[in-house]
Design a protein around this ligand. Structure first.
Ligand code: HEM
Ligand code: HEM
Length: 184
């Protein structure tokens, strides 16, 4: 069960703190942090690591049969937190230029975050136990069956977008490291 909006508020708070640091760097250096310099590069790498954790951790917990660490609902909250804060850091990494494959990667990142919010909305319509398991029963009739079907359909869109995003991100990282870092 996802109760309240705690993870959304925490993500919002983290974004405000990160924006503060970003603004400080802009004030001190008097320029938009370039994507390949220390700050811009660093924030891109940390953001991307958070995105990879978003892609993997919740799915691993969801599918693990032997090890059951922590509640599913907590893992989903972590998924949502890192799924917002990671992309936000990556956005600040872009230096507001969106050419080529890096621009495509940014677009896919925005799409997956928007899609995540839609999925979160549908997900919260389905009644669950505290551990996140769906509750079947007489109370959950037509409307809830509909929500389940919608969530299944949403998965078939959300997951391929995530895969496309990571393929494009790895091409960008390879190209950026080769052309902008190694050849410098
Ligand atoms: C999903 C994750 C990422 C996205 C969406 C992204 C997006 C971008 C964008 C839009 C730019 C600016 C391109 C331009 O100048 O038009 C950029 C530049 C750059 N990115 Fe990323 N990036 C991501 C992750 C990373 C990571 C993990 C690294 C390094 C390990 C990295 C390294 C670089 C470098 C070095 C540049 C500068 C390229 C140059 O100076 O020409 N990026 N990135
Ligand atoms: C970097 C950004 C994100 C990536 C890469 C990502 C990736 C994924 C993946 C791969 C799944 C499938 C999990 C599974 O069934 O194994 C998933 C599910 C989900 N994601 Fe995300 N996501 C991201 C951001 C978000 C955001 C921002 C939200 C909410 C605001 C969100 C909400 C959800 C929800 C509700 C599910 C369904 C959980 C379930 O059916 O068990 N995601 N995400």
């Amino acid at each position: 069960m996802l109760r309240g909006n705690k993870e959304l508020w925490l993500a919002f708070l983290a974004m405000i703190l990160i924006t503060g640091v970003y603004a400080l760097v802009v004030l001190l250096t008097r320029e938009i942090p370039p994507a390949g310099d220390l700050f811009g590069h660093g924030i891109g790498i940390v953001g991307f690591v958070l995105m990879m954790l978003t892609e993997t951790l919740y799915s691993l917990r969801k599918r693990s049969r032997s090890v059951k660490w922590g509640r599913m609902s907590t893992w989903l909250q972590i998924h949502i937190f890192t799924g917002i804060v990671g992309p936000y850091m990556v956005l600040l990494h872009t230096s507001w230029k969106f050419n080529g494959i890096a621009g495509v990667t940014t677009l896919l990142t925005v799409i997956i975050v928007v899609s995540g919010f839609i999925g979160r909305y549908v997900f919260t319509r389905i009644p669950r136990t505290m551990d996140g398991l769906e509750i079947e029963g007489t109370l959950s009739q037509e409307a809830l069956k509909h929500a389940r079907r919608l969530l299944a359909l949403w998965h078939t869109v959300h997951i391929p977008i995530g895969i496309a995003l990571f393929i494009s991100a790895f091409v960008h990282v390879g190209a950026a490291l080769y052309y902008a870092t190694l050849l410098k």
